[in-house]
Design a protein around this ligand. Structure first.
Ligand SMILES: CC(C)(COP(=O)(O)OP(=O)(O)OC[C@H]1O[C@@H](n2cnc3c(N)ncnc32)[C@H](O)[C@@H]1OP(=O)(O)O)[C@@H](O)C(=O)NCCC(=O)NCCS
Length: 245
């Protein structure tokens, strides 16, 4: 399998070229700049967190970069997770910890962190990763999402539980803007509503553990035998088809 494959997409705006690929240790300065733009100080990963993730999960750490400036536009760090461990974990730290020992014990991933300043780059990240996910037999991705609308909702509904808010819908979509965002990216299953999950004031520190299925992963035994370049040629068309269905 070629780990240095890249996918390129024309950005909207100023006609940028976006390069999407697996992350390398040399990307850390650019990734830190992105991280600091999008996360508060007590939430942001530092250089050693990133280095550990990239080293431990080389084929699960993906980034999009502006080729002219080298700026990181989006990053996604994932790790394999045992679903029992995911359910048992009290908080994000328990799910996101980098583990270097142990055999793969299932087909599920945990999204440690997604950061972006460019929505098109997020789509590029998922599209890029998709053929590798199929080839490697990953079936689904869990992640812990903030619910940034919770604090304001709770002020209006002090007697109702956060879980009620997590499940609330408007016009068939999650009420919370970030859960709505993930819903539109295919993360549609609400798994758990966890208190004291991570420091996030507007979410009252709650995290929504959500799950998205990797498109077409039900055919996993087949995809293992399909050459990666063929999956990569299919990726753009099929990814869009399954995302809009
Ligand atoms: C969540 C995130 C990755 C989305 O990046 P993106 O794909 O580039 O998309 P945008 O930031 O333009 O957001 C798109 C829409 O999602 C919704 N949304 C996503 N996150 C939101 C949040 N925290 N609060 C409110 N709305 C949010 C908004 O409706 C937004 O719509 P808008 O264009 O009208 O503002 C990015 O905002 C980010 O890095 N946030 C900080 C870190 C984070 O929360 N990561 C996810 C947890 S693992």
């Amino acid at each position: 399998m070629t780990l240095s494959s890249t996918s390129r997409a024309r950005g909207n705006g100023a006609g940028r070229t976006i390069e999407t690929r697996f992350l390398r240790p040399g990307d850390i300065d650019a990734l830190l700049a992105l991280e600091q733009t999008k996360w508060d100080r007590d939430q942001a990963a530092d250089a050693s967190d990133m280095a550990a993730r990239i080293q431990a999960y080389q084929q699960l750490s993906v980034g999009s970069f502006d080729t002219s400036s080298g700026a990181a536009l989006a990053s996604l760090f994932m790790k394999p997770i045992d679903v029992a461990q995911l359910y048992a974990a009290a908080d994000w730290v328990g799910c996101a910890r980098v583990e270097t020992k142990g055999e793969r014990s299932g087909n599920s991933l945990f999204g440690i962190s997604l950061s972006s300043i460019d929505a098109e780059s997020v789509t590029a990240l998922f599209e890029f990763f998709w053929p590798y996910a199929l080839k490697q037999g990953w079936r689904d991705i869990y992640l812990g999402s903030p619910m940034p609308g919770l604090r304001a909702w709770k002020e209006r509904n002090p007697d109702l539980a956060a879980d009620v808010y997590m499940r609330e819908k408007r016009h068939g979509l999650p009420r919370d803007p970030q859960l709505r965002y993930y819903y539109n990216k295919g993360f549609r299953e609400l798994v758990a509503c966890k208190p004291d999950y991570f420091p996030h004031p507007s979410s009252l520190d709650y995290g929504a553990v959500i799950r998205g299925h990797i498109p077409l992963s039900a055919g996993a035994p087949l995809w293992r035998h399909v050459p990666l370049p063929l999956l990569q040629r299919m990726q753009h068309l099929l990814f869009r088809l399954v995302r809009t269905s």
